[in-house]
Design a protein around this ligand. Structure first.
Ligand SMILES: [Fe+2]
Length: 250
């Protein structure tokens, strides 16, 4: 499996504090069946200065060396959406904003109440500029799940949705679990990722979610969400489904 969203670099955000913790997360992810991880520090949040791509690359290289290249590590970012995002992406060096593994795919963290730019309009604008937006954990974004049809509109606009493995398995409680399974039933989920933060708090791992999805929708769906679709991203291949065409739920 390939995990597209986890906080893996030491001391850069609310993820692991030390290289030892980062390495422990890599080992846990590998033991759980992940062959590749995309480290996605929070970006464009006031709490952490993570706009220095050279520093992030250095931390990633240090961790990759420590882990001996297993699992394979890539750099990305969980990019908070604000009204300046599109303009900053157009600046030289993209203002330090990291796409997933250097691809066209951009992992977005919407404001909880979506008070910033309209998410569907933003998706359209990013697509027109050559970026493929992926919206992180819509099941945890009240602005999306409280508004009837908001996720459908986002997908129809061409955005892809990533849900969190611990929401799938119910570790975040009944609400997120029900919302994720509704999205899965509706064919509105494109990726499952761990959004792991520490070895002992929100740990890495996709196997349990993979098992539950395979049991309900079949192995092919679980593989698509945790192997095939993430592989498209790290290989920077174009999304195979035209905007507005929903991926089959099973
Ligand atoms: Fe995250």
């Amino acid at each position: 499996m390939i995990d597209l969203h986890l906080h893996l670099l030491p001391g850069v955000d609310d993820g692991p504090a030390t290289l030892d913790q980062s390495a422990a997360m890599c080992r846990a992810a590998a033991a759980d069946g992940c062959v590749a991880l995309v480290a996605t520090p929070h970006q464009r949040r006031d709490e952490w200065a993570t706009g220095d791509s050279a520093r992030l690359e250095r931390e990633l290289a240090r961790l990759a060396e420590r882990c001996g290249g297993r699992p394979r590590l890539y750099l990305g970012g969980e990019v908070r959406v604000d009204s300046e995002l599109v303009a900053d992406l157009a600046r030289p060096g993209r203002s330090g904003i990291a796409t997933l593994a250097g691809s066209r795919y951009l992992l977005l963290e919407l404001e909880p109440r979506c008070l910033g730019p309209d998410p569907a309009e933003l998706a359209t604008e990013l697509l027109a500029r050559g970026y493929q937006p992926i919206v992180a954990h819509p099941e945890m974004t009240p602005g999306l799940w409280r508004e009837e049809g908001a996720c459908e509109r986002l997908v129809e606009a061409g955005a892809l949705l990533q849900v969190t493995a611990m929401s799938v398995t119910g570790d975040f409680g009944r609400g997120p679990r029900e919302r994720v399974w509704d999205l899965l039933e509706a064919g509105l989920v494109h990726f499952v990722a761990s959004d792991a933060h520490r070895p002992d708090w929100r740990p890495p791992g996709l196997a349990r979610a993979h098992g539950e999805i395979a049991a309900r929708f079949g192995l092919a769906t679980a593989q698509r969400l945790m192997v095939e679709n993430p592989l498209l991203v790290i290989e920077d291949r174009p999304w195979a489904y035209a905007p507005g065409v929903r991926e089959a739920g099973g």
